[in-house]
Design a protein around this ligand. Structure first.
Ligand SMILES: NC(=O)c1ccc[n+]([C@@H]2O[C@H](COP(=O)([O-])OP(=O)(O)OC[C@H]3O[C@@H](n4cnc5c(N)ncnc54)[C@H](O)[C@@H]3O)[C@@H](O)[C@H]2O)c1
Ligand SMILES: O=C(O)C(=O)C[C@@H](O)[C@H](O)[C@H](O)COP(=O)(O)O
Ligand SMILES: [Zn+2]
Length: 360
C-alpha cells in the first residue's frame, strides 16, 4: 500500500492506494464509528458493497443507500432522499458516510456529508480511474440543469481508500473516460508522463498495469500538491480545470450522461490546446494528442451543438467573473495559465473548432 498525505487548512488526510483495501476499511478509518452509511450506485453495489459491509466487524450499524448509476443521479432530488434516509436511520454528528463508487457517488455523498447536520465525517472509496481525481481535494457538488456542479461545497474527506482491484471491472468506456483526467494532470504538470502516455498506450483495452498504477499515483500527487496550495479554488487550483470550460458546457448542453465527464473534458482539452497555440503563438503537441484521441477511440464528433448555447454555458463556469469567460490555457507543457477571452474571439475559435476540428 502506498499513502499520499493531503494537507489542507482544516486537516491532513491520507490517500491510501493499493490492492484489496476494501477488505481493510475498518482498520484504515481515523476512529471508530457506531453508525455508518454507505452510499453507492447500482453497478458498484452489485460488485463491492458486500465486501465493504463485511469489513465492519465490531457490531457497528451499517446502512446502505443505493443510487441509480450515472451522471443523472447527481441531482437535488437524490441529495434530498439521502438526507431523508439518514434522518430515518438516526445518523448523528458522530456518524460516518462512505462514498463507494465513482465521481458521481463521491460528489453526491460528499455533498450530503458536508450538509447533513451542517457536516459529518465522510470517506471516499473511489472505484473508477476518473475518481483518482474526484476523490481527492474536497470539491463536492450536484448538478443544476443549467450548469455542472453549480450547487456544492469544499469539504475534505477524512480518508481516501483507493482499492486498485476494483477498477479491474470497469467497462472500457469508463477506462477511457478516466484517462482524460490522467492526461490532464500530465499536461499541466508532468510532460514526461504525457509523452509516455501518448507514445506507449496502444488501446484502452490493454493498459500496462504498472503504467496504470504509476499514472494514477502521479495524478493524485499532482492534484494534492495543487489542492494544498489553494484549497478553495481562488488561484492555482483553476489549473485542474484544464479542458473543463468547454467540457462542462458540452455535458450540460447535450444532457448529463450523454457524454461522460472524461469524454467531454478530452474534447475540452483539445480545444484549449488549439486556443493556447493561437493566443500565445506557440506550438504544442496538438497533433500527437489528436492522434492519441483517435487511436483510443474517444468520441470526437458531438453532432449538432448550438454555438451560442455553449458560449452562454461557458459564462456560467465558476471561473468566470463579470460574465467574462476565463479558460485554462497552456503557455507551454507544465505551464498553465488562466486567460480571459472576449466573446467574439472565443466565438470565432469555437466556430472553427466545431465545424472544422471535430470530425473523426
Ligand atoms: N470532485 C472533483 O474534484 C471531481 C473531479 C473529477 C470529476 N468529478 C465528477 O465525477 C463524475 C464522474 O465520475 P466517474 O467517471 O467516476 O463516473 P461515475 O461515478 O458515474 O462512474 C462511471 C460508471 O462506472 C460504473 N462503475 C464505477 N465503478 C465501477 C467498477 N469498479 N466496476 C464497474 N463499473 C463501475 C458506475 O456505476 C457508472 O456507471 C462527474 O460528475 C464529474 O463532474 C468530480
Ligand atoms: O479539483 C478541481 O479543482 C478540479 O477542477 C477537478 C476537475 O476534474 C473536476 O471535474 C471538478 O469537479 C471541476 O470543478 P468545477 O469547480 O469546475 O465544477
Ligand atoms: Zn474533471
Amino acid at each position: 500500500m502506498k499513502t499520499i498525505t493531503v494537507g489542507t487548512d482544516d486537516h491532513s488526510y491520507p490517500v491510501h492506494i493499493g490492492k484489496g483495501l476494501r477488505f481493510r476499511v475498518e482498520s484504515l478509518l481515523p476512529r471508530d464509528y457506531q453508525k455508518v452509511l454507505i452510499v453507492t450506485d447500482s453497478n458498484v453495489g452489485n460488485l463491492y458493497l458486500n465486501d465493504v459491509i463485511h469489513a465492519f466487524t465490531k457490531g457497528q450499524q451499517v446502512h446502505v443507500y443505493i443510487i441509480p448509476a450515472g451522471e443523472q443521479s447527481k441531482n437535488l432530488s437524490e441529495f434530498e432522499h439521502i438526507h431523508t434516509f439518514g434522518i430515518e436511520k438516526g445518523l448523528d454528528r458522530k456518524s460516518l458516510i462512505i462514498a463507494l463508487g465513482g465521481g458521481v457517488v463521491g460528489d453526491l455523498a460528499g455533498f450530503v456529508a458536508a450538509t447533513y447536520m451542517r457536516g459529518i465525517d465522510y470517506i471516499q472509496m473511489p472505484t473508477t480511474i476518473l475518481a483518482h481525481d474526484s476523490s481527492v481535494g474536497g470539491k463536492v457538488a450536484i448538478n443544476h440543469p443549467r450548469g455542472k456542479n453549480m450547487i456544492g461545497q469544499f469539504y475534505q474527506p477524512k480518508t481516501v481508500i483507493y482499492d486498485l482491484e476494483t477498477i479491474e471491472s470497469l467497462p472500457v468506456r469508463e477506462v477511457r473516460s478516466g484517462f482524460a483526467e490522467v492526461i490532464k494532470h500530465a499536461f499541466i504538470a508532468d510532460r514526461q508522463l504525457l509523452f509516455t502516455l501518448l507514445q506507449e498506450m496502444e488501446s484502452m483495452e490493454h493498459i500496462d498495469p504498472g503504467l496504470l498504477q504509476y499514472a494514477l499515483t502521479r495524478g493524485i500527487e499532482i492534484k494534492s500538491h495543487i489542492v494544498e496550495q489553494d484549497e478553495r479554488d481562488q488561484g492555482v487550483r483553476h489549473f485542474l480545470n484544464f479542458g473543463h470550460t468547454l467540457g462542462h458546457a458540452l455535458e450540460s448542453e447535450l444532457g448529463y450522461g450523454t457524454l461522460t465527464h472524461g469524454e467531454a473534458v478530452a474534447i475540452g482539452m483539445w480545444f484549449a490546446l488549439k486556443v493556447s497555440e493561437n493566443i500565445f503563438s506557440i506550438s504544442l503537441p496538438v497533433k500527437p494528442y489528436e492522434y492519441w484521441l483517435q487511436k483510443m477511440d474517444y468520441p470526437l464528433n458531438i453532432g449538432n451543438v448550438k454555438l451560442e448555447h455553449l458560449i452562454d454555458l461557458m459564462k456560467t463556469d465558476k471561473k468566470s467573473t463579470g460574465g467574462q469567460i476565463r479558460m485554462v490555457l497552456l503557455k507551454d507543457l507544465e505551464l498553465p495559465k488562466v486567460v480571459s477571452l472576449h466573446d467574439e474571439e472565443l466565438r470565432q475559435m469555437l466556430r472553427i473548432f466545431i465545424h472544422g476540428g471535430m470530425k473523426e
